[in-house]
Design a protein around this ligand. Structure first.
Ligand code: FAD
Ligand SMILES: O=C(O)[C@@H]1CCCC=N1
Length: 392
């Protein structure tokens, strides 16, 4: 088969939200694209499953805040094309210690990007949002345009629109080997495919695919607990009662952010999670982490009893998801340093869902040899000093 013409312009490995959006943008541009997924779809083994994700413009880092208007526009376009409502506006409440650099950076970013906002003192907070108490005397800013994305419906919609645009999707087909070159050859559990370019969006499995390509990135997969907490009085923490999404910035007692979404998945239960987890091998995700109690759940119990007094301080449901974090929590969106037709989208660090329409567009442009319109510096592989390379 040496020298056979490639059947595809691009192959995308991994049908999570990032790979699905990359494939969608390729197909929308008339490219022959193949999207490969190791598990039968839909699945709950990666990072993109579940019913809800927060969408917000409050971002201390300017490169994400700048991308949000286009993200909102592309999400609305996807909703219109699919004829499905994917976004529910609930607002987002950000809690932070007055004068803390992180909270100051959020306020500055909201002002700089002209995002509507409302400042609330610790005293005003429980009057405006009766379910929330600023236990540590925090101040708050409310971003009314933020909300919830219906994650599983969004993933399905983008995959359906990819297929409608002429794309090919093969699930239950794991990529087992990649042979780089002007034509990239991909061997899977079911066959061999060739394309002019390859996009790797394999979430926590990314380094497993990159090792034989001589590259290891500082990506740490984490197993994350997704906790749901029961309302003491039914209805008090639903969006109908005006309860918003919230983000409580890290403190000495909660060394990572805590965030929550109004009750929707389970009747009368609010999703409140810790923005961190335990290191994990994605193929061993279901093995219990070492140690008797999960420290994240202990931290959340304390947070819920102090800040959300209308919830039972014991999680009623605990599910599992995975993050893939980078040292600076910025994404990797770049070409392989040696093989310029292999593009990598990884390290979404637990905050990539809302940005997927723009991430997918950037990955599509890189794979077509085009220069994306945004500043790519924060996303480059070269920002990691002494990046380890495996022998080829
Ligand atoms: C609990 C939780 C809450 C979150 N909350 C938010 C939020 O509120 N807002 C927000 O914006 N973001 C949030 N995120 C982050 C967001 O969900 C992720 O950044 C995003 O889903 C990452 O998508 P992905 O496509 O990179 O990864 P994945 O969804 O993991 O997709 C990678 C895919 O590649 C496939 N794959 C891997 N190896 C192979 C192979 N060899 N062959 C074929 N297929 C392969 C995998 O099976 C998988 O389907 C949250 C994440 C979690 C876990
Ligand atoms: O990205 C988001 O909005 C959520 C909430 C904050 C922590 C990570 N994910």
């Amino acid at each position: 088969m040496l020298g056979a013409a490639p059947r595809y312009d691009a192959i995308v490995v991994g049908a999570g939200i990032q790979g699905s959006f990359a494939a969608y943008h390729l197909a929308k541009r008339g490219r022959r694209a193949l999207l490969l997924e190791q598990f039968p779809l839909p699945h709950s083994r990666g990072s993109s499953h579940g019913q809800s994700r927060i969408i917000r413009s409050t971002y201390p880092q300017p490169h994400y805040a700048r991308a949000m208007p286009e993200c909102y526009r592309l999400w609305a376009q996807l909703e219109a094309e699919a004829g499905v409502q994917l976004h529910r506006q609930t607002g987002l409440l950000v809690l932070g210690a007055e004068g803390s650099p992180a909270f100051g950076a959020c306020l500055q970013s909201l002002a700089q990007h002209g995002v509507p906002r409302e400042l609330l003192s610790a005293q005003e907070l429980p009057r405006r949002f009766p379910g929330v108490r600023a236990y540590g005397g925090e101040t708050a800013v409310f971003e009314p345009t933020a909300g919830v994305l219906r994650a599983d419906k969004a993933l399905r919609a983008v995959q359906d629109l990819f297929l409608q645009a002429g794309g090919a999707l093969r699930d239950g087909e794991k990529v087992v080997a990649i042979n780089p070159g002007p034509v990239v050859t991909v061997r899977t559990s079911a066959g061999v495919h060739r394309a002019g370019s390859l996009v790797i969006t394999a979430g926590p499995w990314t380094n497993k695919l990159l090792a034989p390509l001589g590259l290891q990135l500082p990506l740490q997969p984490l197993r994350v607990s997704v906790c749901y907490w029961k309302e003491k009085v039914p209805g008090t923490y639903g969006s109908a009662a005006g309860f918003p999404c919230f983000l409580s910035l890290r403190t000495s007692q909660t060394p990572h952010d805590v965030y929550g979404l109004p009750a929707s998945e389970y009747l009368g239960m609010v999703k409140v999670c810790y923005h961190h987890g335990c290191p994990v091998d994605p193929d061993e995700r279901d093995r219990e982490p070492e140690g008797s109690a999960l420290p994240d759940i202990q931290i959340l119990r304390g947070f819920v009893s102090r800040y959300l007094p209308g919830l039972e301080p014991e999680p009623a449901v605990v599910e599992t998801c995975m993050y893939t974090i980078t040292p600076d929590e910025d994404f990797v969106l770049d070409r392989h340093p040696q093989f310029s037709n292999i593009v990598i989208g990884a390290g979404f660090s637990g905050h990539g869902f809302k940005l997927a329409p723009v991430v997918g567009k950037v990955l599509c442009e890189l794979s077509l040899g085009q220069a994306p319109g945004c500043d790519m510096e924060p996303f480059r592989i070269q920002r990691f000093p002494g990046q380890r390379r495996a022998a080829l």
